[in-house]
Structures are given as C-alpha cells and as structure tokens.
Design a protein around this ligand. Structure first.
Ligand code: MYR
Length: 131
C-alpha cells in the first residue's frame, strides 16, 4: 500500500503546525512549498524511505517498533519509531531539544497518501499523490 513515490499535493493547517514547532515565518513560507517527494519501499517490517525537497535529499532506514533518529530540515532532532496499527502507520517521536512529543500517521486513501502531524495540540496534514 505505501510503496511507491509520492509527491506533495496540498497541506492542511501546516503553517500553524510549523508555527507551533517554533519555525520562523520566512522558513514557514519556504517549507509550505518545499516540493516534498517521498519514495517508500516496505519489506515486511523494514522500510526504506527516500525524501527529497527543495531543502535536501536523504534516505532513511527503519524497522517498525525500533527507535531511530531523524533530523528535520531546520536541524531539529527527533527520536522515536513507527508502528503499524491496522492499515495505518503511527509514528511517535520526541524532540531532543525540549522533550515534547510529535505524533504522526500515514494512511493511503483513494490513491492519496495522507500524513498527519500533531504537536502540542496543533494538528496538520500533508497530502501526497502517487507520481
Ligand atoms: C520517514 O518515515 O519519512 C522518516 C521518519 C519521519 C519522522 C517523523 C516526521 C515528522 C516530520 C515533521 C515535520 C515538521 C516540520 C515542522
């Protein structure tokens, strides 16, 4: 279901979310149009994710239920893991700088990948189309 290359189509409340994350206005404006593309390859409980945007290109490997480190484009470091709950990926990450929780989910609905984010009571979504 998740396998393939997904290109950002639209955002929902993403600017408010980034504001809550403490990202300044200039960076928020750039990040709202980051052209994010993610390629997901799932093999059992192992994932390989290629991420590319106007900011950077990187590749991430993780295993469901196993903690790993991930840095946001602005350098903010997270530590946490993904788990599968039914057809949904659920990520639980902690910011290393302040210990706050960031949760995220991924689902595929009507050929779209919907990633939700939640931080300190602010929810956002980024919606991707298969490319
Ligand atoms: C991946 O599966 O793509 C790698 C791990 C993702 C970790 C969680 C991503 C949270 C990103 C939040 C973006 C917030 C920007 C302010």
């Amino acid at each position: 279901t998740f396998n393939g290359t997904w290109k950002i189509d639209r955002n929902d409340n993403y600017e408010k979310f980034m504001e809550k994350m403490g990202i300044n206005m200039v960076k928020r404006k750039l990040a709202a149009h980051d052209g994010l593309k993610i390629t997901i390859q799932q093999n059992g409980d192992k994932f390989h994710v290629k991420e590319s945007s106007n900011f950077r290109t990187l590749e991430i490997d993780f295993t469901l239920g196993v903690n790993f480190e991930y840095s946001l484009a602005d350098g903010t470091e997270l530590s946490g893991s993904w788990a599968m709950e039914g057809d949904m990926m659920k990520g639980t990450f902690t910011r290393k700088d302040n210990g706050n929780l960031l949760t995220t989910t991924r689902t595929v609905q009507n050929d779209e990948l919907i990633q939700s984010y939640s931080y300190e009571g602010v929810d956002a979504k980024r919606i991707f189309k298969k490319s």
